[in-house]
Design a protein around this ligand. Structure first.
Ligand code: 523
Length: 153
Protein backbone atom coordinates (compact mmCIF):
# COMPACT_ATOMS: atom_id res chain seq x y z
CA UNK A 1 0.00 0.00 0.00
CA UNK A 2 1.23 3.49 -0.76
CA UNK A 3 1.92 5.84 2.12
CA UNK A 4 -1.14 7.94 2.90
CA UNK A 5 0.10 11.34 4.02
CA UNK A 6 -3.12 12.02 5.94
CA UNK A 7 -3.01 9.06 8.28
CA UNK A 8 -0.68 7.05 10.45
CA UNK A 9 0.97 4.00 8.92
CA UNK A 10 -0.66 0.57 9.03
CA UNK A 11 1.40 -2.10 10.82
CA UNK A 12 -0.02 -4.87 8.63
CA UNK A 13 0.88 -3.08 5.40
CA UNK A 14 2.75 -5.25 2.91
CA UNK A 15 6.06 -3.99 1.61
CA UNK A 16 5.92 -1.56 -1.31
CA UNK A 17 8.44 -2.91 -3.84
CA UNK A 18 11.04 -0.89 -5.69
CA UNK A 19 11.80 -1.63 -9.34
CA UNK A 20 14.70 -3.86 -8.20
CA UNK A 21 12.27 -5.82 -6.00
CA UNK A 22 13.62 -4.39 -2.78
CA UNK A 23 10.94 -2.74 -0.66
CA UNK A 24 11.22 1.03 -0.46
CA UNK A 25 9.71 1.20 3.00
CA UNK A 26 11.66 1.92 6.16
CA UNK A 27 10.13 1.30 9.58
CA UNK A 28 11.04 3.02 12.84
CA UNK A 29 10.01 2.00 16.35
CA UNK A 30 8.72 4.31 19.07
CA UNK A 31 9.43 1.92 21.94
CA UNK A 32 7.43 3.38 24.80
CA UNK A 33 7.77 2.31 28.42
CA UNK A 34 5.54 4.25 30.83
CA UNK A 35 6.43 7.93 30.35
CA UNK A 36 9.53 7.42 28.19
CA UNK A 37 10.42 6.65 24.59
CA UNK A 38 13.66 5.12 23.39
CA UNK A 39 15.84 7.07 20.96
CA UNK A 40 19.16 5.88 19.57
CA UNK A 41 22.09 7.84 18.16
CA UNK A 42 23.03 6.84 14.60
CA UNK A 43 26.56 5.65 13.94
CA UNK A 44 26.38 6.15 10.13
CA UNK A 45 26.34 7.65 7.54
CA UNK A 46 28.57 10.59 8.48
CA UNK A 47 25.80 13.13 7.80
CA UNK A 48 23.53 11.45 10.37
CA UNK A 49 26.16 10.17 12.81
CA UNK A 50 25.53 11.32 16.38
CA UNK A 51 21.92 12.33 15.66
CA UNK A 52 18.99 10.76 17.54
CA UNK A 53 16.43 8.61 15.70
CA UNK A 54 13.68 6.13 16.33
CA UNK A 55 15.57 2.87 15.71
CA UNK A 56 14.58 0.73 12.73
CA UNK A 57 15.56 0.01 9.15
CA UNK A 58 14.46 -1.16 5.74
CA UNK A 59 11.66 -3.63 5.21
CA UNK A 60 12.84 -6.77 3.43
CA UNK A 61 10.94 -8.49 0.61
CA UNK A 62 8.06 -10.54 1.96
CA UNK A 63 7.94 -8.84 5.35
CA UNK A 64 5.10 -6.80 6.77
CA UNK A 65 6.06 -3.55 8.46
CA UNK A 66 5.37 -5.16 11.85
CA UNK A 67 7.68 -8.09 11.08
CA UNK A 68 10.44 -5.77 9.89
CA UNK A 69 10.12 -3.67 13.03
CA UNK A 70 10.46 -6.70 15.33
CA UNK A 71 13.50 -7.93 13.37
CA UNK A 72 15.23 -4.55 13.30
CA UNK A 73 14.81 -4.01 17.05
CA UNK A 74 16.11 -7.51 17.72
CA UNK A 75 19.18 -6.79 15.52
CA UNK A 76 19.85 -3.25 16.73
CA UNK A 77 18.86 -3.36 20.39
CA UNK A 78 18.84 -7.08 21.26
CA UNK A 79 15.29 -6.89 22.61
CA UNK A 80 11.94 -8.35 21.64
CA UNK A 81 9.12 -5.91 20.89
CA UNK A 82 5.55 -6.09 19.77
CA UNK A 83 4.61 -3.61 17.04
CA UNK A 84 1.58 -1.41 17.65
CA UNK A 85 -0.27 1.30 15.78
CA UNK A 86 1.31 3.81 13.47
CA UNK A 87 2.39 7.11 15.00
CA UNK A 88 2.89 10.40 13.20
CA UNK A 89 2.77 10.78 9.44
CA UNK A 90 4.96 8.71 7.10
CA UNK A 91 7.92 10.73 5.79
CA UNK A 92 9.26 10.71 2.21
CA UNK A 93 13.06 10.45 2.40
CA UNK A 94 15.28 12.18 -0.17
CA UNK A 95 16.46 8.79 -1.48
CA UNK A 96 12.97 7.64 -2.59
CA UNK A 97 12.32 5.57 0.52
CA UNK A 98 9.35 6.18 2.81
CA UNK A 99 9.76 6.12 6.56
CA UNK A 100 6.90 4.82 8.74
CA UNK A 101 6.83 5.01 12.54
CA UNK A 102 5.00 2.58 14.83
CA UNK A 103 4.49 2.34 18.52
CA UNK A 104 6.20 -0.67 20.07
CA UNK A 105 6.14 -2.32 23.48
CA UNK A 106 8.98 -4.24 25.04
CA UNK A 107 8.17 -7.92 25.52
CA UNK A 108 11.54 -9.19 26.75
CA UNK A 109 15.19 -8.31 26.97
CA UNK A 110 16.93 -5.10 27.92
CA UNK A 111 17.59 -2.79 24.96
CA UNK A 112 21.23 -1.91 24.35
CA UNK A 113 22.95 0.11 21.62
CA UNK A 114 24.38 -2.81 19.58
CA UNK A 115 24.61 -0.81 16.32
CA UNK A 116 24.08 2.76 17.56
CA UNK A 117 26.50 5.08 19.34
CA UNK A 118 24.17 5.37 22.31
CA UNK A 119 20.56 4.81 23.33
CA UNK A 120 18.57 6.73 25.90
CA UNK A 121 15.03 6.87 27.30
CA UNK A 122 13.43 10.32 26.90
CA UNK A 123 10.44 11.84 28.69
CA UNK A 124 8.26 14.33 26.78
CA UNK A 125 10.02 17.20 28.56
CA UNK A 126 13.40 15.81 27.52
CA UNK A 127 12.22 15.39 23.91
CA UNK A 128 11.07 19.01 23.82
CA UNK A 129 14.44 20.11 25.17
CA UNK A 130 16.33 18.36 22.35
CA UNK A 131 17.98 20.65 19.82
CA UNK A 132 16.41 19.86 16.40
CA UNK A 133 19.93 19.73 14.97
CA UNK A 134 20.61 16.72 17.16
CA UNK A 135 17.68 14.75 15.69
CA UNK A 136 17.78 12.93 12.32
CA UNK A 137 15.93 15.29 9.91
CA UNK A 138 13.22 12.82 8.91
CA UNK A 139 12.38 12.12 12.57
CA UNK A 140 12.14 15.75 13.72
CA UNK A 141 8.49 16.18 12.78
CA UNK A 142 7.49 13.26 15.00
CA UNK A 143 8.60 14.91 18.26
CA UNK A 144 5.14 16.46 18.96
CA UNK A 145 3.45 13.11 18.17
CA UNK A 146 5.81 11.31 20.52
CA UNK A 147 5.23 13.87 23.29
CA UNK A 148 1.46 13.45 22.92
CA UNK A 149 1.79 9.66 23.06
CA UNK A 150 3.91 9.88 26.23
CA UNK A 151 1.59 12.31 27.93
CA UNK A 152 -1.53 10.22 27.26
CA UNK A 153 -0.05 7.13 28.95
N1 523 B 1 16.06 6.59 8.46
C1 523 B 1 15.67 7.80 9.04
N2 523 B 1 15.15 7.76 10.30
C2 523 B 1 15.00 6.59 10.99
C3 523 B 1 15.42 5.36 10.38
C4 523 B 1 15.27 4.06 11.10
C5 523 B 1 15.94 5.41 9.10
O1 523 B 1 15.78 8.88 8.43
N3 523 B 1 14.45 6.64 12.23
C6 523 B 1 16.60 6.60 7.08
C7 523 B 1 18.09 6.52 7.00
C8 523 B 1 18.30 5.83 5.68
C9 523 B 1 17.12 4.90 5.53
O2 523 B 1 16.12 5.45 6.38
O3 523 B 1 18.22 6.79 4.63
C10 523 B 1 17.41 3.46 5.89
O4 523 B 1 17.67 3.39 7.27
P1 523 B 1 18.82 2.47 7.88
O5 523 B 1 20.12 2.81 7.27
O6 523 B 1 18.70 2.60 9.36
O7 523 B 1 18.29 1.05 7.46
P2 523 B 1 19.04 -0.25 6.96
O8 523 B 1 20.28 -0.43 7.77
O9 523 B 1 18.03 -1.34 6.95
O10 523 B 1 19.40 0.18 5.46
P3 523 B 1 20.33 -0.52 4.40
O11 523 B 1 21.73 -0.28 4.90
O12 523 B 1 20.00 0.23 3.13
O13 523 B 1 19.92 -1.95 4.38
Amino acid sequence: AAANPESAANPEAAANPESDGRPRDVVAAAVIDRDRVLLAQRAHPAALAGKWELPGGRVEAGETHAQALVREIREELGAEVEAGDGIGTPVALPNGLTLHAYRARLRSGTPAALEHLEMRWFTAAELRALDAEDVVPADRGWIPDLCRALEET
